[in-house]
Design a binder for this molecule. Structure first.
Ligand code: GLC
Length: 754
């Protein structure tokens, strides 16, 4: 018998007896081996075997350093519960073998990675996936990501990020599902289901990690890691709902955030982590810190030293310490001093063991290295292309310049036209950039190299080389139409990459003006990680297609849309601003006592105008009010007619519901999809209410001339909001309801809650 295996087998037998004993002790039945589904029984049996050091070791997460001797020793001594950033399957198995066969209790490691929008086959960045308004597509992408990543041994991903993001200066808007709580919740749940399926013990699943809990998107000034000020009723109405939806969907883990809320770091926030997450929601998963976020409570000015951070985080309910070394360094002392009780510690350990049991790691800890990696399969690439196609948002299409006519000569220009790396966006640690199919690749494939004039000009998005622009513009004159692919390099969004200027970086604006000056029709494709200020871009373009970094198959997707092979169906999950400083910007704003009207723009103000002459309402002198393009907006190559909203009743009890329907017709000449969006407004509340809130949506495809009636049930509970005392209530009163293709259009229908 392999001596290394003996302890594990012995433990297995002991634990079965112990569990048997535990069961018989608490249920009076005869001792019997617990079935594998008795996770809680298995946890208790194991916990009863663990030393204080071994318990603390389970709470320690470290980044990968391969099989260095010191790491092997840490694992053998039971000092590591999880490792992130190991993606070589042989290394993963070697490390796992040390835990399972060479540590005293054989507890397997949780192997984690940031698989945010694909592992090898890269999908659009999450804000781009949000633009599809297609939960099934998002779930499919997550399923593929889990299948690819688990094939190298990754069983825990730090995704989905469901931070409601309403400030485009914040680089992490790229990782979010945008500005709306409802859309973020629906799509976050889709990702959780894709990663976990309904059987997390299957080897091709990954534990989801819903992050960053919570309110991180409200970072002041759109500057990453910054403080937030969020009154609890607002936290409960806007920032918590997507997390609650994911918790209810069975998300296995959460990650707390870097920010403080009203001066309280989330890593130490008992009210948040225990009262709300565990108490109110009854969630029993694993709460992990963010990278060194426990330690960061020292510079945050909340803790004096690392030991105090460990005490505060453990007592608040952070189960696992990612790379702070706070727990491994100080929890033993804290428990011995009674500052952290053994019960508190045991509960943290239970949450870690529970995920490991649910993942099936005790029964199947190793990755199957015999099976070929399932990367870049035809079906995976097909799914990536479909997601990129559905994420493309047509914002402008004057004189039907799109779709491009066959047989024309196309000048392809701009720094993002052949961006094998940057097309994939942020958080692509495992990218194989040669797998990327760029816009240039795809357009040459589609139209033939002879019809494509390569006029890239700028080499990258920050390039300021005017000389390159001149030569590009000269080449472009030989074309029938210019396709200008501009935007942001991947590094200009994502973590710690915030911008105050939301316009095109480098000399891209200058290049567009030069291309426009050729007199040729200009189709601009914006490939970016955030909502940008594209006011000038729109002014200088005949058509605009907005594509958040679209991933591996972004090129074919964009070529298919430009050619009309695919009718664009993306709708904005964010609001596009008229100016960079117009932040935060979101549709679900409060009305204020002086909503914008009688707008006088800065250049229209007469000289020596009187103080009150420009009207005293809520707008910017140099930008007016509202979005350049609103949340929910997106055009098609066909047209849709939305009929009047019909309500089953114009009155609803505070515990009742009504049905709202709308007939939609494709009045154009090609098949297309539209996203019917259901919005409501509570006209008067005990707290001021938003002018609109998304409460449902339905993406439908219609053939030319086809009509379909969409139907939504509006429950009174959908209209509830948190009162000043944080209780949730439905308040009787007057409401309005819309079913429309974006957050600004449509005619309201009135109803009363009584
Ligand atoms: C980072 C990010 C978090 C990520 C983690 C692990 O700092 O904030 O989203 O999952 O560290 O890489």
């Amino acid at each position: 018998m392999n001596k290394k295996l003996f302890p594990a087998i012995a433990f297995g037998l002991l634990s079965l007896l112990a569990v048997g004993g535990a069961i018989s002790a608490c249920t009076g039945t005869s001792a019997e081996a617990p079935d594998k589904s008795d996770v809680e029984g298995r946890i208790e049996a194991l916990l009863s075997q663990m030393t204080l050091e071994e318990k603390i070791g389970q709470l320690n997460q470290l980044t990968g350093v391969g099989c260095q001797p010191a790491r092997i020793q840490e694992i053998r001594s039971g000092s590591v519960g999880s490792i992130l950033n190991e993606v070589d399957p042989d290394t993963v198995n070697a490390l796992q073998r040390e835990a399972v066969e060479n540590s005293r209790l054989g507890i397997p490691l949780l192997i984690a990675r940031d698989v945010i929008h694909g592992f090898k086959t890269i999908f659009p960045i999450p804000v781009g996936q949000a633009a599809t308004w297609n939960p099934a597509l998002v779930e499919e992408g997550a399923r593929i990501a889990a299948d690819e990543a688990s094939s190298v041994g990754v069983r825990w991903t730090f995704s989905p990020m469901v931070d409601v993001s309403r400030d485009a200066r914040w680089g992490r808007v790229a990782e979010s599902f945008g500005e709306d709580p409802y859309l973020s919740g629906v799509l976050g749940v889709a990702m959780v289901k894709g990663y976990q399926t309904d059987d997390l013990s299957q080897p091709n699943t990954m534990a989801a990690c819903v992050k960053h809990f919570v309110g991180y998107g409200a970072s002041e000034g759109g500057k990453d890691y910054n403080t937030t000020w969020i009154p609890e009723p607002h936290l409960r109405d806007v920032y918590l709902p997507p997390f609650k939806a994911c918790a209810d969907a069975g998300a296995a883990t959460f990650m707390c955030s870097f920010n403080d809320i009203n001066g309280m770091p989330t890593n130490a926030d008992k009210h948040l982590l225990r009262d709300i997450l565990r108490g109110e929601w009854g969630w029993d998963g694993l709460m992990c810190s963010d990278w060194s976020s426990i330690q960061q409570m020292v510079p945050q000015g909340y803790c004096r030293d690392l030991k105090e951070t460990a005490e505060k985080a453990a007592n608040a309910g952070v189960d696992m310490d990612m790379q702070s070394f706070a727990y491994i360094g100080h929890l033993k002392e804290l428990v011995e001093e009674g500052k952290v009780s053994e019960k508190t510690l045991d509960d943290l350990v239970r949450n870690v063991l529970r995920v490991k049991f649910r993942l099936g790691l005790f029964d199947n800890p190793y990755v199957d290295t015999a099976t070929a990696r399932r990367f870049f399969t035809a079906s995976n690439l097909d799914a990536s292309r479909r997601a990129a196609e559905e994420s493309a948002i047509l914002l402008k299409n004057e004189d039907g310049v799109l779709p491009l006519k066959p047989g024309i000569r196309i000048a392809l220009a701009g720094p993002m036209m052949d961006a094998r790396h940057d097309q994939n966006g942020t958080w692509v640690f495992d990218l194989e950039k040669d797998s990327t199919v760029t816009v240039l690749d795809a357009m040459k494939e589609m139209y033939g190299a002879g019809r494509i004039i390569e006029a890239q000009g700028l080499g990258f998005s920050r390039d300021k080389s005017s000389a390159a622009i001149a030569s590009a513009a000269a080449k472009a004159k030989g074309a029938d139409v210019i396709v200008y692919v501009c935007g942001e390099e991947a590094v200009l969004s994502g973590e710690a990459h915030c911008r105050t200027d939301l316009t095109l970086p480098g000399a891209q604006k200058e290049m567009l003006a030069r291309l426009k000056a050729t007199g040729k029709p200009v189709v601009t494709v914006v490939m970016t990680g955030r909502p940008m200020d594209i006011t000038d871009v729109v002014a200088n373009s005949d058509a605009v297609l907005y594509c958040f970094h679209p991933g591996t198959m972004g090129g074919p997707a964009i070529a298919n849309v430009l050619s009309g092979k695919v009718n664009p169906s993306g709708h904005l999950p964010v609001s596009l601003p008229k100016a960079s400083a117009q932040q935060p910007l979101y549709y679900s704003h409060k009305n204020t006592g002086r909503p914008a009207e009688g707008i006088t723009l800065i250049d229209d103000i007469p000289l020596e105008a009187g103080q009150t002459s420009t009207g005293c309402t809520s707008f910017y002198l140099d930008a007016g009010d509202g979005a350049l393009y609103p949340f929910g907006y997106g055009l098609s190559y066909t047209d849709f007619s939305y009929g009047p909203v019909v309500l089953s009743s114009d009155r609803m009890a505070t515990d009742g519901s009504i049905t709202a329907t709308c007939e939609i017709e494709n009045t154009g000449s090609v098949k297309g999809s539209t996203v019917a969006q259901l919005y409501v407004r509570d006209m008067v509340g005990s707290l001021c209410r938003p002018v609109k809130e998304l409460k449902g949506f339905d993406k439908i495809e219609l053939a030319p001339g086809e009509k379909r009636t969409v139907s939504f049930t509006v429950n009174a509970s959908d209209l509830a909001f948190h009162q000043a005392d944080n209780t949730l209530a439905v308040e009787p009163g007057d409401f309005k309801l819309w079913i429309a293709p974006d957050s600004e259009s449509g005619d309201a229908k009135d109803f009363i809650v009584e």
